[in-house]
Design a protein around this ligand. Structure first.
Ligand SMILES: Nc1ncnc2c1ncn2[C@@H]1O[C@H](COP(=O)(O)OP(=O)(O)OP(=O)(O)O)[C@@H](O)[C@H]1O
Ligand code: SF4
Ligand SMILES: [Mg+2]
Length: 386
């Protein structure tokens, strides 16, 4: 169950090396850099005054104890050195295979978990050290939508109370009438009839329950919403409806959205930028158009299956098929964590960890916007090369 006021902590998400200029690059279907929601309070006002992106994650690391044995000293390296930024009004897609650390990253971003090391800042404020009023403001400003709309809603509460809970926690509605009116407004915002507020969660379909979860997340007029696989538990037939709803709401409200998904296809049309994760680290991060049309990291190419390459005449079309499961995050491979599955791995790959750098050969129009963690980023896939 989520905490009573929904996750809210600072959370960030997005791209580029930490500290980079906030950008809304690419050509997402959604989002405008419109004014933020009609909020009050310094952290929910229109723009941060620090000059840095709205959310900034720097060097995030999170490990868990592996296994239940008291004597076990092994650790699961769930998130291992992630730098991200999220600009106001931006959608950052985060994708990667199961177990790569997406949910852990989401929890770190919203402040539901503390990193072992590293930091998350929201509007310049350190989420980890904020206390009292500032912490409450952070919780209000950064919200989360969970993957499973069944377990994330209290089955014993009518929808009125489910959606109003954050209003109560943050004292955002004065009196029963204002509370009910605000819930009605929120339900309408997500495409549900206001009179549904008297019903209980089990009386709704999966898609409707996720809409309720979204209404609840929006109750505090957040500036950032982190959505952890918001459509994975839904029938394919309703996935697009919920994705479109999130896109439409983002455009209307001007919120920043971190959209986590298993595969690149889900976030393709709604992301300004996309971050690809592999075993707790970022493999590639950049404008959605660039990453989809010209992926630089072999893992991104594998996720995309068959992709057009930068110089088709020279390279033809490359196809990488991912073999096997990812290695264990308890004992991740040395150097580049992808080297055990990478078709162009060389000796150096097991020895040296590649930094997130601008791929050689990126056009000036995108140079500096996209980074990839590969010693040979952007090079043709020719197994046995070198
Ligand atoms: N509370 C926890 N205790 C121990 N290990 C954990 C905990 N939470 C996550 N892990 C481990 O950390 C790693 C990353 O998990 P996480 O849930 O963040 O991945 P994910 O990318 O969200 O996966 P999925 O796509 O399946 O949701 C996994 O190996 C997972 O087993
Ligand atoms: S660093 Fe080496 S193993 Fe890693 S993705 Fe690049 S070529 Fe493959
Ligand atoms: Mg997850």
């Amino acid at each position: 169950m989520p905490p009573s006021d929904h996750p809210a902590g600072p959370g960030p998400a997005s791209a580029g090396p930490a500290g980079s200029t906030p950008t809304t690059v690419g050509t997402p279907t959604v989002l405008s850099a419109s004014a933020g929601p009609n909020t009050s309070g310094p952290l929910t006002a229109d723009a941060p005054t620090t000059g840095e992106p709205l959310l900034v994650a720097t060097g995030l690391r999170k490990t868990y104890r592996a296994g239940r044995g008291l004597g076990s000293s092994s650790r699961v390296h769930a998130v291992d050195g992630v730098d991200l930024t999220v600009a106001a009004g931006e959608t950052l897609g985060v994708v990667g295979e199961s177990g790569c650390g997406k949910s852990t990253l989401a929890r770190l971003l919203v402040g539901l978990e503390r990193p072992d090391s590293g930091q998350v800042r929201f509007a310049g404020l350190d989420v980890g050290t904020a206390r009292g009023t500032r912490r409450r403001e952070l919780r209000r400003a950064v919200q989360m939508v969970f993957q499973d709309p069944v377990t994330s809603l209290n089955p014993r509460m009518p929808i009125l109370d489910v959606v109003a809970e954050p209003l109560d926690v943050h004292k955002l509605a004065r009196g029963a009438v204002a509370r009910r009116d605000r819930v009605a407004e929120l339900l309408e915002m997500v495409g549900l009839a206001p009179d549904m507020m008297r019903r209980f969660p089990h009386e709704f379909s999966g898609g409707q329950r996720q809409r309720i979860g979204i209404a609840r997340a929006l109750a505090t007029e957040p500036r950032v919403v982190v959505c952890d696989e918001p459509v994975s538990a839904l029938d394919v037939s309703v996935q697009a409806q919920v994705v479109n709803l999130l896109a439409e709401l983002q455009q209307r409200l001007g919120i920043a959205l971190v959209f986590i998904a298993h595969d690149l296809g889900v976030v393709r049309h709604v992301s300004h930028r996309v971050a690809v994760m592999y075993l707790g680290r970022l493999a590639e991060l950049g404008p959605a158009g660039t990453v989809y049309q010209d992926p630089a990291h072999p893992y991104t190419r594998a996720l995309l299956g068959s992709v057009p390459v930068r110089h088709p005449r020279e390279r033809g079309r490359e196809r990488i098929v991912l073999a096997g499961d990812p290695p264990s995050p308890v004992d991740p491979p040395s150097g580049c964590r992808f080297h055990t599955r990478c078709p162009i791995a060389q000796d150096i790959c097991a020895r040296e960890t590649p930094a997130l750098l601008v791929p050689e050969g990126d056009a000036p129009s995108v140079a500096g916007e996209r980074v990839a963690a590969c010693h040979f980023a952007g090079t043709p896939v020719t197994p046995g090369r070198e």
